[in-house]
Design a protein around this ligand. Structure first.
Ligand SMILES: Nc1ncnc2c1ncn2[C@@H]1O[C@H](COP(=O)(O)OP(=O)(O)OP(=O)(O)O)[C@@H](O)[C@H]1O
Ligand SMILES: [Mg+2]
Length: 348
């Protein structure tokens, strides 16, 4: 499959010339919690500006509660932003008004969940979900065309023989197969960008690699982009083109995955990597590093949210929120102390 893949560098250069597939500008989502005088505001996502190119896998990593799923739900338009904007192919999503426009966007940017069957009635066969999606999003297809399309995408994601797998019930599939069904359902909509929220985290390590390879194949052969949400830095390194590290609702660091992992500039990224004795081994961010400040951000004051855990914190960090700034070409960090040269190490 990869020998047919267009040259990645050329594709990326073209995408850069025409602008990213999707970008956010100051994306923010707050939740009101409590009531009466104990009413507070939880800042799940604050001022996030990111971009996803054509044919690009962008990994979004960070510990539990750092806002990863909230970003995915904002991009999927399941949540509305408190402020900020999302642009898809240059058009602001706030401009999507009609049901038809919304359906069209959701077919171009579908979401794959941790367990695609958790919310689905187990009495339906596997074919039910994909045929229903095709009927809704591609009404031009006849019933036999829908069946043929379902079989085609099942073959594409390695669920073979497709005719037989489509007739199974969810409990007759392995975890890896269920996750492939999730990708098949997304693929049937002819997406440009798949939002994959921890698609492999419930799978055995031995099964994960097959799913990761599938995602890379979908990028290379189908030309889709993927936002890959994960706790596992090693899997991000394995398939992602770029890595965005989240901390407490904000981007801490972002750049090409190899650059960020080889020379992390933000002390938080350094902390993450120092917790991995072998960078190729799977890393559970929560298990290894979830010490210190809890990442729930309630009515925050200005300042760096990592400062309580940061050995390099200076006075400025306690009252000025660091903005994401470019330290190296295409490599940004939100830190007052971080420098372009590698001299400053907080951890590791
Ligand atoms: N609908 C909601 N109402 C209130 N708070 C919410 C809601 N959704 C998310 N949050 C809060 O927003 C913060 C970010 O949650 P989010 O689910 O985005 O984190 P995450 O990075 O995906 O975590 P995990 O790795 O555990 O999946 C958390 O503090 C969470 O409790
Ligand atoms: Mg999540």
């Amino acid at each position: 499959m990869t020998d047919q893949a267009p040259d990645q560098a050329a594709a990326r250069a073209a995408a850069t010339a025409t602008g990213p597939l999707l970008r956010t500008d100051g994306l923010t989502r707050h939740f009101r919690i409590g009531g009466g005088i104990s009413r507070k505001t939880l800042h799940a996502v604050d001022d996030v500006s990111l971009a996803i190119g054509e044919r690009e896998i962008v990994a979004l990593a960070g510990e539990s509660g750092s806002g990863k799923s909230t970003i995915a739900r904002l991009l999927a338009r399941i949540y509305q932003p408190t402020s900020g904007e999302i642009y898809f192919q240059g058009e602001p999503l706030s401009g999507l008004r009609s049901r038809e426009q919304m359906l069209r966007y959701r077919s171009l940017v579908p979401m794959v969940f941790q367990d695609p069957f958790s919310s689905i009635n187990p009495v339906f066969r596997v074919s039910h979900g994909i045929l229903r999606g095709l009927k809704l999003h591609r009404p031009e297809l006849s019933k036999p065309q829908r069946a043929a399309e379902a079989a085609r995408v099942f073959e594409t994601v390695g669920l073979t023989p497709a005719a037989e797998v489509l007739q199974r019930y969810p409990h007759e599939l392995s975890g890896g197969q269920r996750q492939r069904v999730g990708f098949a359902q997304a693929l049937a909509l002819r997406p440009k960008l798949i939002l994959a929220d921890e698609p492999v985290s419930m799978l055995d390590v031995s099964i994960r690699i097959g799913l990761l390879n599938l995602m890379a194949e979908l990028r290379d052969s189908q030309g889709v982009s993927i936002l890959y949400i994960t706790h596992d830095i090693a899997s991000a390194r394995y398939i992602a083109d770029r890595l965005i590290v989240m901390y407490a609702g904000q981007i801490a660091e972002a750049g090409p995955v190899e650059d960020v992992l080889a020379s992390p500039r933000h002390p938080y990224t350094q902390l993450l990597l120092s917790a991995v004795p072998d960078p190729r081994a799977p890393l559970s961010i929560t298990a290894e590093t979830d010490r210190g400040e809890p990442p729930r951000v309630i009515d925050p004051v200005p300042g760096c949210r990592f400062r309580w855990r940061c050995p390099l914190a200076i006075d400025e960090c306690s009252h000025v929120t660091p903005q994401l700034r470019q330290l190296l070409p295409d490599h940004d960090a939100a830190c007052h102390v971080a420098r372009a040269d590698a001299g400053i190490r907080a951890f590791g």
